[in-house]
Design a protein around this ligand. Structure first.
Ligand SMILES: N[C@@H](CCC(=O)N[C@@H](CS)C(=O)NCC(=O)O)C(=O)O
Length: 431
């Protein structure tokens, strides 16, 4: 009698999966990220200039997560200044590269080299860039920009107070929320003061100064407080929607899952309100289904619909790091090989492909460690998470087995060094 295994659909093999990814692998994002749209994988960006004209080197984190790096990164992309990128490990992900601490004492990011001169502190970097290459919009030192920059710091502090200081009950939670909303309201009013859609009319450096923490507020308040910022403030939602129409922003944008698990070690802890609404939303951000608000509600992570190539890009990015992903998984290469091919087969063909018994915890380990935009864009990550989770649920022995818990004090489970050494050169140009 034929065993059960013989009636289970066969997953595609690695060669078939590679040929399914062929069209994604042929795009500039994979063949030459220096020329395509904004990409966390690029090591230089030329904007049509010859390499010899590059005057700028940006030092930023491997993880593409550092908020202070994001605003400088966005500025260079918006202003189309050619630059090189050197990536550095942040302390909570692994060992900081000694060449970088030799260059910048203390190892803080970002840093920028302009014509051989080293500059640190993100606002100072932006000032020097504006002086050298011209302002973006009205510029960060315009009279109208200064109160807005102060507002950004006030909003940041009110957010930290609500998110990071433990509250002793509902009344303190409510005070944290009120403190935050006082400044969020100011920001929403500022967004409607000019014709818009941006702060002083056209997109400028001041908008970019707000972007990193607004993105982190949006994600962390959903996860830890069950609070949907974009629903509360239509003007903030409109601002995000206009940002999301720019390929520059889309290349740097992270997602709720990544922020929810990267913020706690960076912020020294984030405190959940523990309400039923908060717990349900956090559960959904972690385990899906994604998007985390079902239609007809609006998607609080993005206004962009899924690009046609999202699944192909996700597949191509997994192929790039296949060997390291297999080796770093709790199931090991032999244990994860078939379950991963099942999930990728589902991702790219849409057909169900149940994995062998005992696969769920390895599939969920990987699902929990997809990092946006470091690994792939938001929609690609969403599709990959969906197929990993759906495949895990078909594990015949323990379909609800969790992956290893995500650490909250550090993220050394995300150490970039093995990925730097182990990337498959046939599947894309860089990490
Ligand atoms: N005031 C600095 C703050 C920069 C900062 O806090 N950078 C953090 C990352 S978000 C850092 O490099 N920390 C060291 C590390 O994590 O390795 C600036 O605006 O550039």
């Amino acid at each position: 009698m034929a065993g059960l295994a013989s009636v289970l659909p066969e997953p595609l093999d690695w060669a078939q999966l590679t040929s399914e990814a062929a069209s994604a692998l042929a795009t500039p994002a994979f063949t030459d990220p220096s020329t395509g749209p904004t990409s966390a994988q690029a090591l230089q960006r030329l904007f049509g200039h010859p390499e010899g004209e590059v005057r700028v080197t940006l030092y930023r984190d491997h993880h593409a997560w550092c908020p202070y790096c994001q605003k400088v990164w966005l500025w260079l992309e918006e202003r189309r200044v050619p630059y090189r990128i050197r990536k550095v490990t942040m302390f909570c992900y692994g060992q900081k590269e000694p060449w970088y601490t030799d260059l910048v004492r203390g190892g803080m990011l970002p840093a920028l080299e302009l014509d051989g001169r080293l500059i640190t502190e993100s606002d100072r970097i932006l000032e020097v860039l504006e002086t050298t290459f011209g302002p973006l919009g009205l510029g960060m030192n315009a009279r109208e920009a200064l109160p807005l920059r102060q507002l950004e710091r006030q909003l940041f502090r009110a957010w930290c107070q609500w998110l990071c200081v433990p509250s002793r009950g509902a009344a303190e939670e409510a005070r944290g929320q009120e403190g935050f909303e006082r400044f969020a309201e100011h920001f929403a009013i500022a967004l409607t003061a000019d014709a818009g859609p941006f702060l002083l009319g056209e997109l400028g450096t001041v908008d970019l100064i707000f972007v990193p923490y607004l993105e982190r507020m949006n994600a962390s308040l959903a996860y830890f407080k069950g609070y949907l910022l974009r629903d509360r403030y239509p003007a903030i939602d409109r601002w995000f929607r206009h940002l999301e129409q720019r390929s520059t922003y889309l290349g740097t944008q992270s997602d709720f899952h990544t922020h929810a698990h990267d913020l706690p070690p960076q912020m020294g802890g984030c405190h959940a309100s523990g309400t039923p609404v908060q717990r349900a939303l956090a559960e959904r951000i972690d385990a899906g289904p994604w998007p985390v608000v079902a239609p007809p509600g609006s998607d609080p992570e993005t206004s962009q619909s899924e690009p046609a190539d999202a699944a192909g890009v996700a597949l191509a990015r997994v192929l790039r790091h296949r060997d390291t992903l297999l080796a770093r998984n709790p199931l090991g290469p032999a244990g994860l090989d078939r379950p991963l091919r099942c999930a990728l087969t589902r991702l790219i063909t849409g057909r169900e492909c149940p994995p062998p018994a005992g696969s769920a915890r390895g599939l969920r380990y990987l699902c929990d460690r997809i990092s946006v935009p470091r690994d792939m864009p938001l929609h690609s990550a969403r599709l990959l998470r969906r197929s990993l989770e759906a495949t895990a649920r078909q594990d015949p022995s323990n379909p609800s087995a969790p992956g290893e818990p995500i650490p909250v004090q550090h993220r050394r489970d995300q150490d970039p060094s093995p990925f730097l050494a182990g990337a498959n050169p046939l599947a894309g140009a860089s990490l």
